[in-house]
Design a protein around this ligand. Structure first.
Ligand SMILES: C[S@@+](CC[C@H](N)C(=O)[O-])C[C@H]1O[C@@H](n2cnc3c(N)ncnc32)[C@H](O)[C@@H]1O
Length: 218
């Protein structure tokens, strides 16, 4: 949570978001009315928020991490309803995954499958960059139909090399954060479920050991 984010929450009269996100921001609320939404009723909840803003109340809509990373659909819904929206950037799961892996944005490509529309062109791009092998690829899966094991299986079928080093981080920055590290072919065989908060990193280098497990292990 950034200082600007905290300040916005403290001053908010109404705070909207998915329940899992609201549970995280609750400690910073002072007097705000909390309005949880689900995928099904998000339009109704935002409509209510719009009526409150028109009455002069300050509304904050929250999302995971940074709103400029794979949160476009929600942002567009908000923008359709508000004349003026201030964007307060947060810290993305992408940034945390890069820090844990020890890689930089300029040597990576970011792709998200986390969207409602068909993900065919993103999957084509993913295969393209992995086959090219010049950059690391940071990928957001899509809960729960395009998850790490299924993605890895599909990539193998498309001819991506099975010994490609990769990682899956789950629930980054939470107390129960988890790391899975291995090769593409191992990932395709994982049968346990991954969290909806999972992010995949495919490494372009040949040897996975060139990347420490965490910065502390460098
Ligand atoms: C709709 S996208 C929003 C991404 C978010 N704006 C960000 O900057 O991280 C939600 C997806 O982000 C990823 N994600 C968000 N928070 C995460 C976390 N703490 N650990 C791992 N992945 C996370 C997961 O892939 C999740 O399904």
């Amino acid at each position: 949570m950034t200082l600007r984010g905290q300040e916005a929450l403290q001053n908010a009269d109404i705070v909207v978001g998915f329940n899992t996100v609201l549970n995280v921001v609750r400690p910073w609320l002072t007097h705000a009315e909390v309005c949880p939404m689900s995928y099904r009723d998000q339009e109704q909840v935002l409509e209510y928020a719009e009526t409150q803003v028109k009455l002069g109340r300050k509304c904050v809509v929250c999302c995971w991490g940074d709103l400029n990373v794979s949160a476009r659909e929600l942002l567009e819904r908000v923008r359709r309803r508000a004349d003026s929206v201030s964007l307060i950037p947060g810290i993305s799961s992408v940034q945390v995954a890069m820090a844990r892996t020890g890689i930089s944005l300029e040597e990576a490509v970011f792709i998200t499958l986390h969207k409602r529309a068909e993900a065919n062109s993103e999957l084509d791009e993913l295969i393209h960059y992995l086959s090219e092998g010049r950059r690391h690829v940071i990928l957001l899966p899509r809960p729960f139909d395009l998850m790490p094991a299924g993605i890895a299986e599909g990539l193998l079928k498309e001819g991506v090399r099975g010994d490609l080093p990769m990682r899956v981080y789950q629930r980054l920055t939470f107390g129960d954060e988890k790391l899975w590290t291995g090769q593409l072919r191992d990932c395709s065989e994982i049968s346990e479920d991954f969290s909806d908060l999972s992010i995949m990193v495919f490494l372009s280098g040949d040897t996975p050991t060139q990347f420490p497990l965490s910065p502390g292990e460098a």
